[in-house]
Ligand binder design. Structure first.
Ligand code: PEP
Ligand code: MN
Length: 344
């Protein structure tokens, strides 16, 4: 349920109403203070609340029941965009953030070459997987703790904030200096992991599951937010359809739909969606045109020798071109790219 308050309502009046609702109906009241109005979002069993009684209060403008099962992620609860700060990047404020790097962290030299090149091309955040969710147990599983160490070394040397995937809550202590924690598509509904991530205060990039709906994705974001961490970034990375030409099918409509339904920032991963390097540029441009707040792109200095996802990785030279074209489009839309790497 959401209650829109009249302009000029004082903090004392808000807390009196919030306390009354909390005590009488055992609901949690979240206040969102906007420029022109204040919205109270009620969480819990609101079925027993008498709408007419609330409507009759002098400070109340309107009352609505929220049908959607996700509340904290719902734009109706929080009309303004959530803006997440990562290093010098702001994600969700209309600007575009480029995240780039290899699928897997493989060596110190590899990370040094790639971080230097993607930073120069305008990436604001470095990606690299240390714990890898592979379909085959015989495939490279990532360098794990050693990979995280190498990624942190690349962060120190390049100055770029880093993002990497977590697969188990027991690994959380290793992620202390990681800037954004990624939840991969396969773990989108690992609810114990989501609850645990809700107790840390780091931004979480939540990838949409291979066969999950938009609402299921928002419910997974809700798990993290309900446990206390509201810094969630949604990521569309392609879903499984009957099409086999591409690795997945990029659901471009998910971008404006997520933004309509939720206040959370949206990042698109064209690499895992396409599975083919030449498709990364057109899908990136489509994502920007559709309103994505960021792109996460796989880049490898030697894709043929990559230990995972080489077939979809861009070379640093190709990434230069993609970043340049994406920047042109972003600027033509009157938006800016958080390319502080270039300005350094
Ligand atoms: C990845 O980012 O390398 C990855 C495994 O992504 P996804 O979870 O989207 O498959
Ligand atoms: Mn990958």
């Amino acid at each position: 349920m959401i209650i829109v308050l009249k302009q000029g309502t004082t903090k004392d009046q808000i807390s009196a109403l919030s306390n009354e609702l909390n005590q009488q109906y055992n609901v949690t009241v979240n206040a969102w203070y906007g420029e022109h109005s204040t919205v109270l979002g009620l969480l819990g069993d609101t079925a027993k609340i008498d709408i007419e009684y609330i409507q009759a209060q002098s400070i109340v403008e309107s009352v609505k029941r929220v049908q959607e099962p996700y509340k904290k992620a719902n734009r109706k609860f929080h009309p303004d965009n959530t803006v997440i700060k990562v290093g010098r990047n702001t994600i969700g404020d209309g600007s575009l953030t480029l995240i780039a790097g290899p699928c897997s962290v493989e060596s110190s030299e590899q990370m040094e070459i790639i971080s230097g090149r993607v930073k120069k091309a305008g990436a604001g955040i470095l990606r690299g997987g240390a714990f890898k969710p592979r379909t085959s147990p015989y495939a490279f599983q990532g360098l794990r703790a050693e990979g995280l160490y190498l990624l942190l070394e690349a962060k120190r040397k390049s100055g770029l904030p880093i993002i990497t995937e977590i697969m188990s809550p027991s690994h959380l202590p290793l992620f202390e200096d990681v800037d954004i924690i990624q939840v991969g598509a396969r773990n989108m509904q690992n609810f114990e992991l989501l609850k645990e991530l809700g107790h840390c205060n780091k931004p979480i990039l939540l990838k949409r599951g291979l066969a999950n709906t938009i609402e299921e994705t928002l419910m997974s974001a809700e798990y993290i937010m309900a446990s206390g961490n509201e810094n969630v970034i949604l990521c569309e990375r392609g879903i499984r359809t009957y099409e086999t030409y591409t690795r997945n099918t990029l659901d471009i409509s998910a971008v404006p739909v997520f933004k309509k339904l939720s206040h959370l920032p949206v990042v698109v991963d064209p690499s895992h969606a396409a599975g083919i390097p030449w498709l990364v540029e057109p899908l990136s441009l489509a994502a920007v045109a559709a309103g994505a707040d960021g792109l996460i792109i796989e880049v490898h200095n030697n894709p043929e020798k990559a230990l995972s996802d080489g077939a979809q990785s861009l070379t640093p030279d190709t990434f230069d071109q993609v970043a340049a074209h994406v920047t042109q489009l972003t600027e033509a839309m009157g938006r800016k790219v958080n390319n502080w790497g270039v300005a350094e």
